[in-house]
Design a binder for this molecule. Structure first.
Ligand code: AGP
Length: 592
């Protein structure tokens, strides 16, 4: 996820663009840049790092141009670097573009352009669009964009300017967000409302398949065939802070709701980027997955998939345990490091230790160019966008997507498996519709001091993850446990004050889990059952029942984790705690 912004009007563009980028920084922050039309010349300034690096580099520069575009990047293709930072231009530096999203067919387009002698400066998919528009330009920027946009596949929002039409911006929306801001003698374009809210509250939200033709005098909207489209103008009531959360009370809640997109973008991104590792899982005698916290729980789910689909023995180890034990690791092993930040020091050291032992290393990371990304032999990038809430949510389900993608690689039915996986985002969307039920349960049990979370097979890691979510943001003690293990001790804890969350989808262990629920009930425990819609057995046995849509067994973790994320969120929010920055925690643990 990246942030883009554009301005054309009566004021100097640069300060407005930089201010907007600072308000979009939560969308991505590994590099940033601006392009301005200065006396019919295109000026491009871009820097690696946060917006403030770009701002510092521009101090004292005499830029007075009144039309420009800006970008803050969350790398999806191509490392964070000055060359890969946006804006990108054509070879003659007459067109500049900023882009948010993924052009799935960029490789074939790039080959076509290189065949025509075009020289590329970056490894990004975005640069392809700049060259295509320059090639298609015959005096009208809108016509050139309409010709090019019909050749692109994927999810993208971009804005383009040219020296040939110095006060015009053309923006395109397909799959990624883009809004237009209407001013007096000036107009704006941005990924999100926060970027331009200080300048105007009059907003037009573009829909997929629409193009905005923007000048200081006015804005015209067309479909991809050039037909005019009439749009409603919205006057935004939000204040700035709530707008950055797009109206959500906390980033964590926003990110829980971003999961359908995070999962869909990750699957699309992995399929289109050709990141599939150049080896078969079957080449290895054993797979070791190494991670911490929520990422460790993702590994536990991935283990089931990898062993089922590849037959390769797979272990999941806490990074902090791996490093100081005597794991017999060598070149016959594949080490998979899972880390959304790509900077967790325990995981990073574990990867390096394994490499020194000769093992092949593959990482699953959300931050392109992070240490673990750079130090692994191969990487599968999740496309969840920046996760601001300390509690991992959308990066967890994005990690599951990447692990399933890996597990199915080399499988004879890979295409069918991945097309089934592509149905998951819609099911997560349906699951999110049940948030009200969860909120009522949070109301009832928010004062409890201890929770148990139970699950079997694929639901056991979800029980662990649900317990972690509750602990880390509500500070209530919670423990995840294999449901079958209750009778070996923890059942002594059960009484009428103990809420027991049981993850019970209709999978191969459903009957066994029902028996475990009965064991808890006979000891007067409070059962919060998470099961398939229509599962009367679980519903009848539960004090509280949260339904998720039925889905095939392998994909149940994607859905059953959502009510547990929401339960933790609503309890912590109702307790008035700092949900996005819980006490004692950091988003990235860079100390041992
Ligand atoms: C999860 O909600 C926590 N924030 C924490 O357990 C986290 O998953 C862990 O620190 C690992 O972080 P990483 O994925 O960035 O390596």
């Amino acid at each position: 996820m990246c942030g883009i912004i554009g301005y054309t009007g009566k004021e100097q563009a640069l300060p407005l663009i930089l201010g907007g980028l600072e308000r979009l920084e939560y969308r991505g922050y590994d590099s940033a840049g601006v392009a301005l039309i200065e006396d019919r010349r295109l000026v491009v300034e871009k820097r690696v790092g946060k917006i403030r690096e770009l701002v510092k580099s521009l101090w004292g520069k005499p830029y007075k141009g009144k039309t420009g575009i800006g970008h803050t990047r969350w790398a999806t293709h191509g490392e964070p670097s000055t060359e890969n930072a946006h804006p990108h231009t054509d070879e003659r530096c007459e067109f500049a573009i900023v882009h948010n999203g993924i052009v799935e067919n960029y490789l074939e387009l790039r080959k076509e352009l290189e065949g025509k002698g075009v020289k590329f400066r970056s490894n990004t998919d975005t640069e392809v669009i700049a060259h295509l528009i320059a090639n298609a330009y015959r005096g009208d920027l809108l016509d050139a964009v309409l010709e090019v946009v019909n050749r692109l596949r994927g999810a993208f929002a971009f804005a383009v300017i040219t020296v040939h039409e110095p006060s015009r911006i053309v923006g395109v929306k397909q799959g990624s967000p883009l809004v237009v801001g209407l001013g007096e003698g000036e107009n704006f374009l941005a990924s999100d409302i926060p970027a331009i809210l200080p300048y105007t509250r009059k907003i037009v939200t573009l829909s997929d398949g629409e193009v905005a033709d923007i000048t200081p005098e006015g804005v015209n909207i067309y479909d991809f065939n050039g037909n005019p489209v009439t749009k409603e103008i919205m006057v935004v009531p939000w204040d700035i802070i709530s707008a950055e959360k797009s109206g959500f009370k906390h980033f964590m809640l926003k990110e829980i709701y971003e999961q359908p997109k995070a999962v869909g973008d990750t699957i699309r991104g992995l399929i289109s980027s050709g990141e599939e590792p150049p080896f078969s899982l079957k080449d290895f005698r054993r797979i070791l997955m190494i991670a911490c916290g929520t990422s460790y729980h993702a590994g536990l789910v991935g283990k089931f998939w990898i062993e089922k689909l590849s037959g390769v023995p797979t272990e999941v180890v806490y990074a902090s345990e791996f490093r100081y034990a005597d794991f017999p690791v060598d070149e016959r092993d594949l080490i998979i490091g899972i880390s959304q930040s790509g900077e967790t020091i325990d995981t990073k050291f574990a990867i390096n230790f394994a490499k020194r032992k000769g093992a092949k290393t593959l990482s699953v990371v959300n931050v392109v160019g992070s240490s673990i990304d750079r130090e692994s032999d191969y990487t599968l990038h999740t496309h969840a966008g920046p996760e601001i809430g300390v509690a991992a949510t959308k990066t967890f389900t994005a990690q599951l997507s990447a692990l399933y993608f890996l597990a199915s690689s080399g499988h004879p039915e890979k295409d069918r498996l991945l097309s089934e996986l592509m149905k998951v985002p819609a099911k997560i969307e349906e699951t999110l519709d049940r948030s009200e039920v969860v909120e009522k349960i949070a109301d009832k049990y928010m004062k409890k001091k201890d929770f148990l979370y139970l699950g079997r097979y694929l639901s056991f890691p979800i029980a662990l993850e649900g317990a972690l979510k509750l602990k880390e943001i509500s500070y209530i003690h919670a423990e995840g446990y294999p449901a079958g293990e209750m009778k070996h001790g923890p059942i002594a804890l059960i009484d009428e004050n103990m809420p027991v969350v049981v993850v019970a989808p209709q999978d191969r262990v459903h009957e066994k889990t029902l028996a475990n629920i009965e064991e808890v009930r006979t000891r007067k425990g409070i059962i919060i059952g998470v099961g398939f819609e229509g599962d009367e057995k679980v519903e009848k046995l539960s004090s509280e029942f949260i339904a998720v849509p039925p889905i095939e067994e392998d994909f149940t973790p994607f859905l059953t984790v959502v009510p547990l994320q929401l339960l933790a969120y609503h309890i912590a929010s109702k307790l008035g705690l700092d949900v996005d920055q819980p006490r004692n925690l950091a988003k990235t643990v860079t100390v041992e």
